[in-house]
Design a protein around this ligand. Structure first.
Ligand code: PEP
Ligand code: MN
Length: 493
């Protein structure tokens, strides 16, 4: 454990987080480190971030915790999606609306397919930091710093230096984005009575239009019936929850928005597996001994108030490193990317560190092996997790293991490979007596041409038509909806 002692008998035996603090990650080795040059500018930015109000609240975070506990038990399905790298520029009403509508359309299809509620998490309102395989890249024969996300530097070549002021800009773009999402949801954008108004913007495909309309018609009919029998009065159908998420990569930012808050009163404590025992009496005094296991539940905890859900990336999930140290202390639900290089030993250690009390649905394992590796690796990981007694959300990210370069050097992914990994994950979970809890996708509401395939039949040569991503290739609106239909189809039959 890198010489850093966790208290008690170690994390695996239910250690508390007494030695943890929002800044304790600073004592650990770190990957993807950012070297800032202007320390006084960084300190000024971080001081500002420590002062501004939370973007999300503890009550909302627990609402998602409870929803994910349902997912972990197979009673709901998780849809998570958005850009690979969100730009400050995407903080714009049209860009936000099209993503909300796409997530709503997809979730409608998935509800129809799985016959269970769908929990929606957007990769939005804070997905500004990107891990890179190399800090430098070659552009036009010249070595330049890689683009590391808008929270650090800009994509244009004259903005590649790290700029500490971007930390504060990230907060305000994140807050403005979520403010608009909240306003749109409160104004009825997600009203289930009008899903045809979530226009299938760029999806001109008549077959997809027909399939979608069929689902909407059957929902409308059910709603009419409910209204007739007086069951449509609770205001439940006018809006939905849409949670936010990003990769918890830039720990200076995450630390500054981590706050010690009172737990909400409706925290679902029964989900916590307690090690409670009968009160102990001291043999010397006859008085009650102070024992951690019989203390009253904590009334406060540390919440990352920058997003409801954070995940740790495939490059930064080393059990003894800084990111996992930070992640083990926060109350938010957390995701861990699991890839071809994740050993079963690391996986079980990570779960014990991040979730020592084995709280149901606290951790989402986001598997991203690649279509050719999922068959070999997923069953081993399912078995390893089963042995630990942790109840996790199993989520498939069919994007990151399936990236390839075209002969002209464009980064892309084929729709067929993406669906193949997803279909394999669904099947393998079933074969192993487990179940797939959700999907994690990179997508956009626009008609971009970044991934090949789908019913449009995009070829490598078509990618340059509208290749707009600044990081990984995303599914366009049509491909994303098609994928939702394919998943729904496998769930139904
Ligand atoms: C991502 O989700 O954009 C990402 C970088 O993924 P991974 O950490 O799985 O490579
Ligand atoms: Mn990505």
């Amino acid at each position: 454990m890198n010489g850093h002692q966790r208290d008690g008998a170690g994390a695996a035996n239910g250690a508390s987080t007494s030695e943890w603090s929002p800044s304790s990650w600073r004592t650990r080795p770190i990957k993807q480190q950012v070297i800032y040059e202007d320390h006084s500018a960084v300190n000024k930015a971080l001081t500002k971030l420590k002062h501004v109000p939370p973007i999300v609240t503890a009550t909302e975070i627990w609402k998602l915790r409870r929803a994910l506990a349902e997912v972990a038990q197979g009673k709901a399905f998780l849809l998570q999606g958005g850009d690979c790298a969100e730009l400050f520029d995407y903080c714009n009403d049209n860009a936000i609306d099209s993503k909300i509508k796409l997530l709503l359309q997809m979730s409608l299809v998935l509800i129809w397919g799985g016959n269970k509620p769908v929990v929606r998490i957007a990769r939005m309102a804070g997905q500004y930091a990107k891990p890179r395989s190399s800090p430098m890249e070659t552009v036009d024969g010249k070595q330049v710093p890689s683009f590391r996300g808008d929270i650090l530097n800009g994509y244009p070549l004259d903005q590649r230096d790290i700029d500490p002021d971007r930390l504060v800009q990230a907060y305000f773009h994140s807050a403005a984005t979520l403010n608009y999402v909240r306003a749109e949801l409160a104004s009825g954008i997600a009203d289930l009575h009008k899903p045809m108004e979530w226009h299938l913007g760029h999806v001109g495909d008549p077959e997809l239009q027909r399939k979608y309309s069929t689902i909407v018609d059957s929902i409308s009919e059910s709603l009419r019936f409910m209204r007739t029998v007086g069951a449509d009065t609770a205001g439940q159908l006018e809006t939905v929850d849409l949670f936010t998420s990003h990769e918890g990569l830039l720990l200076e930012y995450e630390e500054s928005l981590t706050r010690k808050l009172k737990h909400p009163s409706n925290r679902n404590v029964p989900l916590i597996m307690k090690t409670a025992s009968a009160p102990k009496v001291s043999p010397l005094t006859g008085g009650a001994m102070t024992d951690k296991s019989i203390q009253e539940p904590e009334t406060t905890g540390y919440y990352n108030t920058s997003a409801h859900f954070l995940w740790v990336g495939d490059r930064t999930r080393q059990p003894d490193h800084a990111h996992i140290e930070y992640f083990r202390g926060i109350e938010n639900p957390v995701g861990i990317k699991v890839g071809p290089t994740t050993s079963t030993a690391d996986l079980t250690e990570l779960l014990d560190i991040v979730n020592p009390r084995k709280e149901v649905g606290k951790v989402t394992l986001i598997t991203r092996y690649g279509e050719g590796k999922v068959d070999e690796l997923l069953p081993q990981h399912i078995e390893a997790v089963r042995k630990t007694g942790h109840t996790v959300v199993w989520q498939c990210d069919p994007m990151h293991g399936n990236t390839r370069s075209t002969t002209s050097g464009i980064k892309t992914r084929s729709f067929a490979s993406i669906f193949s990994e997803l279909a394999s994950a669904l099947r393998i979970h079933k074969e192993c007596g487990s179940f797939l809890g959700g999907v994690h996708l990179e997508l956009t509401g626009d008609a971009v041409t970044e991934c090949t395939g789908g019913s449009q039949g995009l070829q490598d040569e078509d990618l340059s038509l509208r290749y707009e991503t600044f990081c990984d290739p995303r599914l366009n609106e049509k491909q994303a909806l098609e994928l939702a239909f394919l998943v729904a189809g496998s769930q139904r039959g």
